[in-house]
Design a binder for this molecule. Sequence first.
Ligand code: PMV
Length: 325
Amino acid sequence: MRKNQMNVSAPGKLILCGEHAVVFGRPAIALPLSSLRAYASLTPGPAGSGLLIDAPDLARRWRPQGQDDDPLGSLALRTLERLALPLPDALLTLRSDIPQASGLGSGAAIGTALVRALAEALGATLPPEAVSGLVYESERFFHGTPSGIDNTVVAYERPVWFRRHLALPGDGEPPPPTVLLLAVAAPYCFVVADTGIRSTTRLPVGEVRRRWRAAPERFAELFDEIGGLALQARRLLEDGGPPLMLGRLLDQNQALLGEIGVSSPELDRLCTAARGAGALGAKLSGAGWGGVMLALTTPENAPAVATALHAGGAARVFTSELAAG
Ligand code: PMV
């Protein structure tokens, strides 16, 4: 193990379009949020001290034992097992600037930082695909049936086109998801607003599954429409298409998310406020019922949209640029 402290970080994320439908095998697009990050540091400890995890944000310090109700500790143990390395004598400190349960990928970011800190401090290299695969397992604990989009975009820290492949009955494990790193041809500017309402992903995801079971054909159509919007959005991003057209797609996606039942009065109010201030399009981002929404704007109009979002009751507003490249 390295003698010095090892510090690493991982970004938050935004889902540009396709959330929820992605759980049911339709494509979606996610963007890394590099300005909001989770951090992990590994500090060598005295010989024989074992591994201690410290999460000051959660006011918790503990030794991982591999229990089911300890997703982060279990992730640390699984990472060491995967690397065929023994438990280090070290203090693993986890911190995050990403608000929890807000649709910003806080769980995936902490998991990713944890895996990388352990691997890098112990001199091992894990490609993003392997990091993502390890974090997916702990996402299961938080989310129930995660699509895998959060751990993927966070591990690659690039805009991704993501499609989960569903297992057919009797077919065993499905093939791994299709992940494409998107080359974005022009910059786009987003203003992101947090409703301040924390929403656990598993609740709206569970409700959408319940509604889908009750009306499978109708929901399959809605998911197909959302997947179709994701495809159009991908073409626009890759061609550097007009922001006005991307904005329209976001508005259409928001209308469909409302139909599947995951928007909320607060999210609707913020989307309306953003559009009223000249945003080119607006939608919730993530699981919904709370958490964040995003508005596509021109760089010139971003301050006016931010002001309108504050006035519309947002608990926190920030701007994020999707750079070309
Ligand atoms: O983790 P959240 O709240 O950003 O939700 C992720 C997006 C969903 O499509 C709702 C769930 C998933 O696993 O893809």
